[in-house]
Every structure is written in C-alpha cells, then in structure tokens.
Design a protein around this ligand. Structure first.
Ligand SMILES: Cc1cc2nc3c(=O)[nH]c(=O)nc-3n(C[C@H](O)[C@H](O)[C@H](O)COP(=O)(O)OP(=O)(O)OC[C@H]3O[C@@H](n4cnc5c(N)ncnc54)[C@H](O)[C@@H]3O)c2cc1C
Length: 409
C-alpha cells in the first residue's frame, strides 16, 4: 500500500491554520501536520482596537487546540532546524519529522532588545505596545489615565507586520483624548524611522491630512534607540536630509513603541533563507526558489508586500492550489499579485481601507474612492472581519471578492 503524502506546516498562526484547513478540505487523503509550540492563537488585527478600549482582549484569543482542522495533526513543539536533502525538520524536543512537502509560516520575530531599555520598561511608567499580547491592555490603561503632556508613538525601520498599526493607535488616542477634553493639554508626536508616513504615496498623502487634523506632529527618519522608563525619556537617532545622524532626547508621559522586527532566527540560519533572512520564494507562486517542494507565506516569506493577515487570505489559496497542482504534476501558477490590506483606523468611528499590491499599486475590492475615511469600513473592521477570520478563513473556505487596479490621476 502507498504511504500517504505528508505536508508539514511550520507555524499554526493565521497562515498555517488557513493552509491546513484548506488542504484537508480539498484533499482529505493528505497527512497534514502542523508544528507550533503556542497554546493560544491570537487575532492580532484586533490588537489596535483593544489598545483603544474598543475590543475585548478575551475575544482576540482562542485555544490553538480548538482551531486545528479535523483530521490534521498538531505537534506542540518548536522547530529548530531543517535538513532539506533528507526532507526533515528538527524539533526542540529532539526528534526529526519527515515531509514530502513543507509550508513555512512561522511569522515574524519581535526584536524588543534592539531598543535599549524597551523590554524592561514595557507595561509601566506609561510605556506600552499593541505588538505585545502581554501588554496590549496596558495601552488602554495609558490612554484612560493620560491627563495631558507629551505622547509619543514610534515606528521602527521596515519591515514590520501591519505597517499601519503604529500610526492607527495614534489617531485613536487623539480622538479619544479629544472626546475627553484633554487634547488642549496634550502634545502628540508620531516618530518614524521611515522616510514617509506610509509606503504607498497615494495613502500617505491622505494620512498626512488625518495626522494634521488630529494635531499630531510627524517626525520622519526618527528611529527610537533607547527608552528610560523610570525617567520617561526616549532617545532617537535622527537622519538629516544630508544623511547626517544626530541624537534627540524627548520626555514623555506616554510612549507607544513598535519593536523592530525580523525573520525568525531559526529561518535566518536555515538553508531556506534568502536576502534579509526571509524564506526565499518566488513572489507570484510562493514556491521556494531552490527547493520546489517548499512553499512559504505570511510574515516569514520574502514576498515583497506589506505583512498582514489580509495578505495571508490571498496567499493561502495560491499556496494550496500550487501545492496540490505540483502533486498532480502541474507547474505552479503565478497567481499572487502582492495584494495586502491595511484598515487604517483614522478615528473612533472611521477607517481608510488601504488595499494595494506589488509596487504600491492601489487595488480596491469595492468601487469606492480608496483614500476616503468611511464609517462602513470601521464597522467592517470591528464587527465584520473577526468572524470572517475565525469562521471562514481559518476554516479553509475559499471566499474571495476580486480586487481591481484603481486609476490614480
Ligand atoms: C498590532 C497589530 C495590528 C495588526 N493589524 C492588522 C490588520 O489590521 N490587518 C491585517 O490584515 N493584519 C494585521 N496585523 C498583522 C497580522 O496579524 C499578521 O500579518 C498575520 O498574523 C501573519 O500571519 P502568520 O501566520 O504569518 O504569522 P502569525 O499569525 O504570527 O503566526 C506565526 C505562528 O508561528 C509560530 N512559530 C513561531 N516560531 C515557531 C517555531 N520555531 N516552530 C513552530 N512554530 C513557530 C508562532 O507560535 C505562531 O503561532 C496586525 C498585527 C499586529 C501585531
């Protein structure tokens, strides 16, 4: 009797669960093994709303065991390395696991320690971050307790997951403080290591107006280097127009910090890593450039697009169809166009729905002007997307409304 084909999936986050569920739905005879040490799965896109007191933290979490698709196997372990010639992955607990096909989606690594003092400061003295499940509720504590003074919101160098998230919380905080009447005593600063407010100029222009309306001062090419929580001082490295570097110290009452991020170390050190340490895939087929039986999607892949769960939603069917096609002897199809989406919360009841693909091409799903702030997108973000994530995407259903290029004059 023939041995069943084995697909091993490293990482059971947004990408891993979606691919596993879809594979099991389309090809129940496949042996699908998910490897992930985490017992809790987070719906991270709602962390922005949790930080602004608009979403219950408990509703962002589900037991990993409840999400493993029927018939799939879950090894609760950490992958430490790979032997591609032997088609095995090595687990932290010791054993090696064989695969016929491998899907790599262990997410992105949060490098808190690259900012001196940040890890020790988090969760007290007004230092918070929506990027930390342990501290996201502290962001809301900081917002509620802010009585005026200086509030800093920082963004590290790219790439990071959800590149809009560092500024989304700034707009929500500004709107909340305006409603509570503390804005008059507040100075709000958004400090980014990047050279623009957003990677796509079309949305960047619109966001500059949003920031101005909220009275938020923008400082580009300001990279957070150190935090002294007890003294409430943040130190930035600033790059001038001539490339000269200077240091700037700013006092704060509240600091929302976004950590620098990179490919997970075990991926960086693996034979699958390409430039920057990401899993080196063809950006359109998501197949590894050297190992044809290996695919990658989500935050860990080299696909040069903004890293979001929305991107995963469009990447997963491409990986699944190309994997199944490969098993049937077909060539992978170059079906992924870089689609990603960032619902930018511009106030406590509006969202600008930024949807775009490779090279910053604006690609909306609905025939509406994309740079407009709309209440309907707020309702979509807060009430529509969470059930779509839990009940459709993670269940492996194919649901897609095609997006289209938007003519920009
Ligand atoms: C504050 C914030 C706001 C966001 N907002 C949005 C938004 O509005 N819209 C949007 O679409 N996206 C948003 N995102 C981004 C989105 O959550 C991610 O892009 C998405 O979860 C990526 O999916 P993934 O499967 O690649 O990684 P993850 O979902 O992070 O999953 C990675 C999994 O890999 C596992 N893993 C790690 N190392 C190993 C190992 N060695 N062995 C085995 N398993 C391992 C981890 O335990 C984890 O379960 C936001 C994220 C944050 C933090």
């Amino acid at each position: 009797m023939n041995r069943a084909t084995t697909v091993v999936i490293v990482g059971a986050g947004a990408a891993g669960i979606t691919v596993a569920a879809s594979l099991r739905r389309k090809q129940p005879a496949l042996l699908v093994t998910l490897i992930d040490p985490a017992t809790t799965h987070y719906y991270q896109p709602a962390f922005t709303l949790v930080g602004a007191g608009e979403f219950d933290f408990a509703r962002t979490q589900r037991a990993q065991s409840s999400l493993i698709p029927p018939g799939a196997e879950w090894l609760q372990d950490r992958v430490t390395g790979f032997l591609p010639e032997q088609q095995t992955v090595t687990l932290a607990s010791g054993p090696q696991v064989h695969y016929d096909y491998l899907v790599l989606c262990p997410g992105i690594q949060l490098d808190w320690d690259r900012i001196a003092g940040l890890r020790e400061s988090l969760g007290r003295n007004g230092v918070c971050s929506n990027y930390s499940p342990e501290h996201v509720t502290y962001t809301w504590d900081c917002l509620r307790n802010f009585g005026g003074g200086t509030a800093l919101f920082t963004q590290p160098p790219a790439p990071i997951k959800c590149a809009g998230a560092p500024q989304k919380i700034a707009y929500l905080a500004a709107d909340y403080w305006r409603g509570r009447g503390v804005s008059a005593h507040a100075r709000l600063h958004f400090l980014s290591a990047a050279g623009a407010l957003f990677s796509v100029p079309y949305f960047s222009k619109a966001l500059e107006k949003v920031a101005a309306r909220h009275g938020i001062e923008i400082h580009l090419q300001h990279n957070l280097m150190a935090v002294n929580g007890s003294k409430r001082i943040a130190t930035f490295e600033c790059t001038g127009k001539d490339g000269a570097k200077t240091r700037l110290e700013m006092e704060f009452e509240m600091l929302h910090a976004t950590p620098p991020q990179s490919a997970p170390d075990f991926i960086k050190q693996s034979p699958f890593a390409g430039a920057g340490g990401w899993v080196d895939v063809n950006p359109h087929t998501l197949q590894h450039v050297k190992y044809p039986n290996v695919f990658s999607l989500g935050d860990a892949s080299s696909a040069p697009t903004s890293k979001t769960a929305a991107a995963v939603r469009k990447q997963a069917p491409v990986v699944v169809n190309n994997l199944l096609g490969l098993m049937a002897g077909r060539q992978p199809s170059p079906a992924y166009d870089g689609y990603t989406s960032c619902p930018l919360t511009t106030s406590l009841n509006t969202v600008m729905l930024a949807e775009f693909g490779y090279d910053g091409k604006v690609t909306p799903t609905f025939p509406l002007q994309p740079d407009r702030e709309r209440r309907v997108w707020w309702l979509l973000k807060k009430y529509g997307l969470p059930p779509l994530y839990w009940d459709y995407m993670l269940k492996g259903y194919d649901w897609d409304i095609p997006h289209r290029p938007y003519p920009i004059s």
